[in-house]
Write a protein that binds this ligand. Structure first.
Ligand SMILES: Nc1nc2c(ncn2[C@@H]2O[C@H](COP(=O)(O)OP(=O)(O)OP(=O)(O)O)[C@@H](O)[C@H]2O)c(=O)[nH]1
Ligand SMILES: [Zn+2]
Length: 300
């Protein structure tokens, strides 16, 4: 048996990459009885007699997976964020960031449509996004989002990583991917002014070797309803809260109503961005409003 990585899944075939070759295989392992479906990005054990006939026998454990795009073992996600049309939303950005943090996926923020901004608004967004950069998230903000230098700054992060593209509909994911790899020829669509929604075409995901790493060729917009995040876990998904927390008076401080909270102190002092804290409180309310889940011991 050989170990390889699924780089494409199509019409019942899994295309497994191993030893610098691609093997066309079918699923046959007991993972199927356990209701597991191999995903692009999965590491598998397989056997084959030639390049066109082989069987995936075992699915190796995943470190994470997303539903849209359906990819496993993701290292990082480019959060394509538009400055206008649709308007920049710190709430949406923070939602993306905590969802990725919860899955152990490193976010890279990429701002698009800056060409449509007034100089003053551009300056303002640069200041806001500098805060995210200082948190440790690579944050790319350019006046010309698709200039060669801007795209090169992004692709420099791809080496040895599996990268996916995510972001709101109409944010410019397909446009950006087309600039990274013109061969892709992904359809882009003007955002319908009346619906404020882009088009959605179903495609099969494939991992492309680009800039020394692998890139999922299909962008996706995973559900961001925080369903899989625990209320108590929320604070740990904000790196600056994590850093402040040891100085909170209470060890299990939720940075909400507790006295002696360092996070709140830093929000007052202006070192923690107010919108981050407000979004945190809103996410908490959202989690609290969720119906109690059965089997979780009435946790909420
Ligand atoms: N002016 C300007 N227009 C852009 C920019 N990026 C994308 N657009 C336009 O915005 C529209 C939406 O871009 P897409 O690349 O289709 O967006 P998407 O995120 O792939 O959208 P979905 O497929 O709906 O998820 C297209 O008409 C693009 O030409 C940009 O930086 N500046
Ligand atoms: Zn606190």
């Amino acid at each position: 048996m050989t170990t390889g990585q699924i780089r494409k899944a199509l019409s019942g075939f899994y295309y497994v990459y191993a030893d610098q070759q691609t093997f066309q295989t079918r699923g046959r392992g007991n993972f199927r009885k356990r209701g597991l479906t191999p995903l692009v990005g999965d590491y598998v054990r397989f056997e084959s007699t030639n390049l066109n006939e082989g069987y995936v026998l075992e699915l190796l454990p995943r470190k994470n997976q997303l539903v849209r795009p359906p990819v496993a073992n993701i290292d990082q996600a480019v959060v394509v964020t538009s400055a206008v049309k649709p308007d920049f939303s710190s709430n949406l950005l923070d939602r993306f960031l905590i969802t990725l943090e919860a899955n152990g996926i490193k976010p890279i923020i990429y701002l698009t449509k800056t060409d449509l901004l007034s100089p003053a608004r551009y300056q303002e967004l640069q200041t806001t996004l500098a805060y995210y950069r200082q948190l440790g998230y690579p944050t790319l903000v350019a006046k010309e989002p698709y200039a060669k230098t801007s795209v090169a700054e992004l692709t420099a992060h791809f080496k040895d990583k599996l990268t996916v593209f995510t972001g709101q509909s109409g944010a410019g994911k397909s446009t950006l991917l087309n600039h990274i790899s013109p061969d892709l020829n992904l359809k882009t669509a003007a955002v319908s002014e009346s619906l404020s929604r882009g088009k959605h075409t179903t495609r099969h995901v494939e991992l492309l070797p680009l800039f020394g790493g692998l890139v999922a060729d299909t962008p996706g917009f995973s559900a961001l309803n925080l369903a899989e995040i625990d209320l108590e876990e929320l604070g740990r998904l904000f790196p600056e809260f994590m850093q402040a927390a040891p100085l909170c008076k209470f060890r299990e401080c939720q940075h909400d109503k507790e006295p002696g909270c360092e996070v709140k102190r830093q929000v007052e002092a202006g070192t923690i961005l107010k919108s981050r804290y407000e979004n945190y409180l809103q996410f908490r309310e959202e989690k609290k409003a969720e119906k109690p889940k059965y089997g979780k011991g009435g946790k909420y």
